[in-house]
Design a protein around this ligand. Sequence first.
Ligand SMILES: Cc1ncc(COP(=O)(O)OP(=O)(O)O)c(N)n1
Ligand SMILES: Cc1nc(C(=O)O)sc1CCOP(=O)(O)O
Ligand SMILES: [Mg+2]
Length: 208
Amino acid sequence: MMNKHLPWILRKYFIMGSQNCKSDPVEILKKAAEAGITAFQFREKGEGSLSGDAKLELGKKLRDVCQQYKIPFIVNDDMYLVDQLEADGIHIGQDDLSAKGLRKHFPNKIIGLSVSNANEVAKSPTSLVDYIGAGPVFDTSTKADAKLAVGLEWITSLRKQFPELPIVGIGGITSANAASVIEAGADGVSVISAITKADNIKNAVNGL
Ligand SMILES: Cc1ncc(COP(=O)(O)OP(=O)(O)O)c(N)n1
Ligand SMILES: Cc1nc(C(=O)O)sc1CCOP(=O)(O)O
Ligand SMILES: [Mg+2]
């Protein structure tokens, strides 16, 4: 899939759900949007997360913020929620829905796929997805079942193998190490806690 805007869209890719937020997620997203994030992923998942109607209602509010700021709104894992929220795309991992089925259902939406090692790359239909999420680049405590950190070398290796495929790094990325992820070959960085736990969201986004 080819979308010439994707490398730019992935530049500062903010991911979160209510479980990541100590205050109102809608206000946090508004501040991050104001500060210049380039994409948002609604990832309502894990301990303390919402489900059912509450999840849908929060998703609608976050989608509306993205529309207001003209930021692509991506949904994590859940294709039904993509339809319900008329999202711009979906992000899936190796144990989620098949990229082939998703591409059939969503010919024109953004599809992102996680890859953490060479075996996963070998079994992934990379030609059917719009971008890959590579990580965890550094240690992270945000995702309970995160794999061991793969390091910057993984980004460099993916870039060599896929010179044209948009790549976004994820996992333990902060303003202190974001530049190294880009220098290693990624088009952008995706972060949760670097923004949700920041005292000053504007500075946090600017620092990426
Ligand atoms: C941009 C981006 N990259 C990787 C992931 C992780 O996806 P996955 O492996 O499916 O894990 P969950 O996020 O579903 O727990 C992501 N969400 N976004
Ligand atoms: C959602 C997620 N996926 C990962 C992966 O490696 O696939 S790491 C991760 C959590 C990222 O959170 P933080 O920016 O706070 O480290
Ligand atoms: Mg997933």
